[in-house]
Write a protein that binds this ligand. Structure first.
Ligand code: AMP
Ligand code: ZN
Length: 464
């Protein structure tokens, strides 16, 4: 089945044809590293990792380039550095904040079963012209000025939105609709209220780089125009991120990249994930209604968080609930039990077809449940297809024994003690002391241990 993806720009699901099948190119906006990522931030990480894996499956692992940046220059970072390290020089404090946060993000993404992207550039490495000649922000801004798309005013360099006839096409906002509002500061020096900052001056105690426009720092949007061009070229296949990035971030990336390069498009597909919500409200740092990936990982294996996320389609809002997590954990316990120790095999067509329909992960999960049933009752081929499908999707990173042991450890259960209680119970049953055997079963149940008797003996597992 041909891969089809929904494109926010053309508002349609279209067949995906790469510009160059030997190098399929995708860019996803990464985190601004000033604080731990919450489970809402994990949604683009997981969704676009699944797309990365699907593209690798379809075009070959060496024929996909995935870039996800790290935004390590931002006024929120400066504020956090001042707050957390008041005694340190600002640059040192900023380095601490961004290093710790970026490393935590890498650890979170890996724990969620995501592959490392091909490149993870940091914005601060792409501000000034580079020795390797890769695209940088200062050069892009100079090009924009030279082509009449940017101007200097009030100590800033601004993008001239009126210079681009179809500015606003992604978000569907017309320039004259952008009346001064909460999100667009009204500044007298701007030609139009929607004009946005490419470069701004830094005061002595702010991070800054020497540029043709004085010592300053880049605006947020120009970072992604530079880093995407640096690794993927002027026009590439897929650009992704969360819904909140459509405007202004992606709109402005498109404006900068197309106007600097003189190209009719920046990316052929624009993909946006909907929000993770808590009680129908977007999870966000500013609202304070968030739970960090790190906190969740203390209670749940990363694969449980991953499966839970994929139960919803990426273009639907999803509520993050304890009940959902408990169900996902149960499902994975079962899948581990059926498939984790089976190696090799090819992923099932049903799973690939579901993903090929604009990443229809709810359909994919339904297919996996079906495959699970044929695997449990079927032959080796069914089992290997089931296991290979799960591995393609980033599951079954552990053996069944390790999965079970980790769960026992997490529940503070002593496996030796359980085994000894179970052999006491077996002995009681053998001498027909059912009162004692029932008592031991109840004792185990009180510890959260469920036992199953079969003709091969007694097995046990921890109920969550
Ligand atoms: P930020 O660090 O705020 O720039 O966000 C990093 C990524 O997470 C961006 O792609 C955001 O669109 C995305 N994001 C932020 N909050 C949520 C949420 N509640 N649900 C889904 N994605 C989100
Ligand atoms: Zn971006």
């Amino acid at each position: 089945m041909q891969l089809r993806l929904y494109d926010t720009l053309t508002k349609e699901k279209r067949p995906f044809t790469p510009l160059d099948p030997s190098n399929v190119r995708m860019y996803v906006c990464g985190p601004t590293v000033y604080d731990f990522a919450h489970i809402g931030n994990a949604r683009p990480v997981i969704v676009f990792d699944v797309l990365f894996r699907l593209l690798r499956h379809l075009y070959g692992a060496d024929h996909v380039t995935y870039v996800r940046n790290i935004t390590d220059v931002d006024d929120k970072i400066n504020a956090r550095a001042v707050r957390d390290f008041p005694g340190l020089p600002l640059n040192e404090a900023i380095r601490r904040v961004t290093e710790v946060t970026a490393n935590q993000f890498y650890a979170d993404a890996a724990a969620l079963g995501s592959l490392p992207p091909t490149f993870e550039p940091r914005a601060t490495d792409f501000v000034l012209p580079r020795a390797d000649g890769k695209t940088d922000m200062v050069t892009l801004i100079r090009q924009l000025i030279a082509r009449g798309h940017a101007y200097e005013a009030g100590g800033e360099v601004l993008f001239d939105t009126a210079s681009m006839p179809d500015y606003g096409a992604l978000s569907g906002r017309k320039l004259d609709e952008q009346r001064p509002g909460a999100r667009v500061a009204v500044d007298a020096h701007k030609k139009n209220p929607g004009d946005f900052v490419l470069w701004k001056q830094s005061s002595g105690d702010e991070p800054g780089w020497e540029s043709p426009w004085g010592r300053g720092r880049p605006g947020w949007h120009i970072e992604c125009s530079a880093m995407s061009a640096a690794y993927l070229g002027e026009v590439f296949d897929i650009h992704g991120g969360g819904l909140d990035l459509i405007f202004p971030h992606h709109e402005n990336e498109i404006a900068q990249s197309r106007c600097a390069h003189g190209t009719p498009a920046m990316a052929n597909f624009w993909m946006h994930n909907e929000f993770v919500q808590i009680e129908d409200t977007k999870m966000s740092k500013s609202l304070g209604n968030f739970v960090t990936i790190r906190e969740l990982l203390a209670d749940w294996p990363g694969e449980v968080l991953r499966l839970n996320m994929l139960k919803a389609h990426y273009r639907s809002p999803m509520d993050w609930t304890l009940k959902g997590l408990e169900e996902s954990a149960k499902t994975l316990d079962d899948w581990y039990w059926v498939a984790a120790d089976i190696k090799g095999g090819r992923p099932s067509d049903a799973v690939i077809d579901a993903l090929s329909d604009d990443l229809n992960t709810p359909q994919m999960v339904a297919s996996l449940h079906g495959l699970r049933n044929s695997a449990a009752s079927g032959n080796d081929l069914d089992r290997s297809q089931f296991a290979a499908s799960l591995r393609l999707l980033g599951f079954l990173s552990e053996s069944a024994a390790d999965w079970k042991a980790r769960k026992q450890q997490a529940s503070g259960i002593d496996a030796k003690q359980i085994d000894s209680l179970i052999s006491d119970r077996t002995a009681a049953r053998a001498r027909k002391d059912f009162k004692e055997s029932d008592r031991i079963r109840d004792e185990l149940a009180a510890m959260g241990v469920v036992i199953k008797d079969s003709k091969d003996g007694t097995t046990w597992e921890v109920a969550r």
